[in-house]
Design a binder for this molecule. Structure first.
Ligand SMILES: Nc1ncnc2c1ncn2[C@@H]1O[C@H](COP(=O)(O)OP(=O)(O)OP(=O)(O)O)[C@@H](O)[C@H]1O
Ligand code: SF4
Ligand SMILES: [Mg+2]
Length: 381
């Protein structure tokens, strides 16, 4: 893999000065530059070109993950969770591009703005170049960074058996015979609790839960260092959700894999993650250690979200929903993007983008009043 990454033209020289986009609302970096991280996402901006403008789907998001760590990304639908994930393993659709910041994996840059591929990709040459550059990520995809997709049904090709697709993924990265790869596919099936003989089945022959397990098997096929699980259990019933989640946790611990788990459901993060990033309208609202953020949330949006789910201690709590809905990301509101829904909003919130402030070691929140909320001085009525 390292060799493949060495050849990756997208990579640039290491140790260059950190580049902070000029319009960034903070020059703060939410990780320690002296630590070694598996993944560093620094002031990432990802926009989609659409008629009439740009969808600012991810707009200045920073976080970092150490080997073996799990981070949860939570936020309402459309806040940029999947776009963040797709930027990491470079699966963005043609009209999406990295507008600012960068992503480093094992200390090497794997994504940053590319002047040649920005703008609407109606131009065939541009599209070709984009596809070629994306193809260079193939050695990292699956082998190093695997993904459990939001919809397992769409993740498999319906015309090939699941076994054949796992074999293809293994053979794309390792020099093994078809028989060997198929034997590994059977073992992976066993490992995720599926009958190994079902490996010759087609995706449509599997139930939702079975397909999700097969997706996990496929994700683990090449022993990745990082697993991105995008809503891995949303389409399943509650019992199956718990089982699949337990399975993912078990396998992740067993193989020491780092994980990013993306979900609408804060209780899933509470059960699985070491840290959490709360996103709203493309922005990072709060970030930190799971127990810090759960016990001392400092952002009104996090407080709203936590109030919408049963408590971390498992007591039943009446579910609250946050009134209003997320903004249009082509023309997001000025100032704090959450201000139209925030009960604590003051005039400054409508004018100035809040800074990201550090409240305790590694706990950050993007709110003009984060310190007052954190200290308990300011509360919602
Ligand atoms: N190809 C695209 N072209 C234009 N806009 C897009 C495209 N893909 C996503 N978006 C927009 O980008 C924003 C972020 O989408 P994303 O899928 O990342 O959200 P999400 O947090 O994963 O939502 P969900 O919880 O529903 O999966 C949304 O406003 C979405 O409409
Ligand atoms: S900056 Fe203002 S509007 Fe935004 S979350 Fe904080 S109090 Fe609410
Ligand atoms: Mg999504």
């Amino acid at each position: 893999m390292d060799e493949a990454m060495e050849n990756n033209e997208l990579e640039v020289v290491e140790n260059e000065p950190l580049e902070v986009p000029s319009e960034s609302h903070s020059d703060v970096i939410t990780y320690d530059e002296n630590e070694e991280y598996l993944l560093e996402v620094n002031h990432l901006k990802v926009y989609f070109d659409v008629l009439g403008g740009e969808v600012k789907a991810v707009d200045d998001v920073s976080f970092a993950l150490k080997a073996g760590e799990t981070m949860g990304i939570v936020g309402e639908s459309g806040c940029g969770k999947t776009t963040t994930a797709f930027s990491i393993n470079r699966l963005l659709p043609d009209n999406g591009h990295i507008k600012g910041g960068y992503i480093k994996y094992k200390g090497k840059k794997i994504a940053e703005p590319d002047p040649e591929i920005t703008g609407l990709m109606k131009d065939r040459k541009k599209r070709k170049l984009y596809k070629e550059k994306e193809a260079m990520m193939a050695p990292i995809r699956w082998k190093e960074i695997a993904m459990i997709f939001q919809s397992a049904m769409n993740a498999f090709n319906p015309v090939h058996t699941i076994g054949a697709q796992i074999v293809e993924a293994i053979q794309a990265h390792e020099d093994v015979s078809e028989d060997e790869a198929m034997e590994r596919a059977r073992n992976l099936f066993k490992m995720v609790g599926l009958p190994p003989e079902r490996v010759t089945g087609y995706p449509h022959e599997f139930s939702g839960g079975m397909r999700q397990r097969a997706m996990i098997a496929m994700a683990l096929a090449c022993n990745p260092s990082l697993l991105i699980a995008d809503e891995p259990t949303t389409a399943l019933d509650v019992i199956m959700q718990d089982r699949i989640l337990a399975e993912i946790k078990r396998l992740q611990k067993k193989f020491g894999i780092s994980m990013i788990i993306i979900t609408h459901d804060v209780s899933v993060v509470a059960e699985t993650a070491d840290k959490i990033m709360v996103m709203y309208a493309g922005k990072m609202m709060e970030y930190g250690n799971i127990s810090e953020v759960f016990h001392h949330p400092a952002h009104p949006y996090t407080i709203g979200l936590l109030g919408s789910f049963p408590s971390i201690k498992g007591e039943k709590k009446k579910l609250k929903s946050i009134p209003g809905s997320p903004p249009d990301l082509v023309n997001p509101p000025k100032g704090c993007r959450f201000h139209p829904r925030c009960k604590l909003a003051k005039p400054i919130c409508m004018e100035e983008e809040p800074p990201i402030v550090e409240l305790s070691d590694g706990h950050w929140a993007a709110c003009h009043f984060a310190r007052e909320i954190y200290s308990g001085e300011l509360k919602e009525e």
